[in-house]
Design a protein around this ligand. Structure first.
Ligand SMILES: [Mg+2]
Length: 125
């Protein structure tokens, strides 16, 4: 997890709160922003594959990765509108995902990854 995600998201939230307020409309707009960024990631992927012959290849894998990062940032910002502790909520979600992986070690084996064990120093699930 990036150490700068939450501080940057927090600053964006503070700025948006100052400029746009914190009402229901603003909450909806922040959620819609996540979808907008997901659409940009999709558009970049379409452009990367050259799926539209009229346009040709217009994007790269780097462009898709950049847009996916925008999705993550927008989601981190939007998450602030639904919980007072966004980092803790994400951490809990990641731990739940880790528990699922632990419960189904075949998924790790398929990916060529070692099983998650109690000896893992980062384990807290
Ligand atoms: Mg974008």
């Amino acid at each position: 997890m990036s150490a700068v995600l939450w501080p940057v998201a927090g600053h964006i939230v503070a700025d948006l709160n100052t400029v746009n307020g914190t009402g229901e409309h603003e909450t909806a707009m922040r959620l819609i922003k996540v979808v907008e960024e997901a659409g940009e990631a999709s558009a970049a992927y379409i452009g990367m594959t050259g799926q539209n012959p009229r346009k040709g290849t217009t994007h790269t894998r780097t462009d898709v990765a950049d847009e996916l990062c925008d999705v993550i940032i927008a989601a981190a910002v939007a998450l602030h509108s639904f919980t007072a502790t966004p980092p803790a909520v994400l951490e809990a979600k990641l731990n739940a995902a880790a528990r699922r992986l632990t419960a189904h070690p075949a998924a790790l084996t398929r990916a060529g990854l070692p099983e998650l064990t109690a000896a893992d120093p980062d384990r807290n699930w």
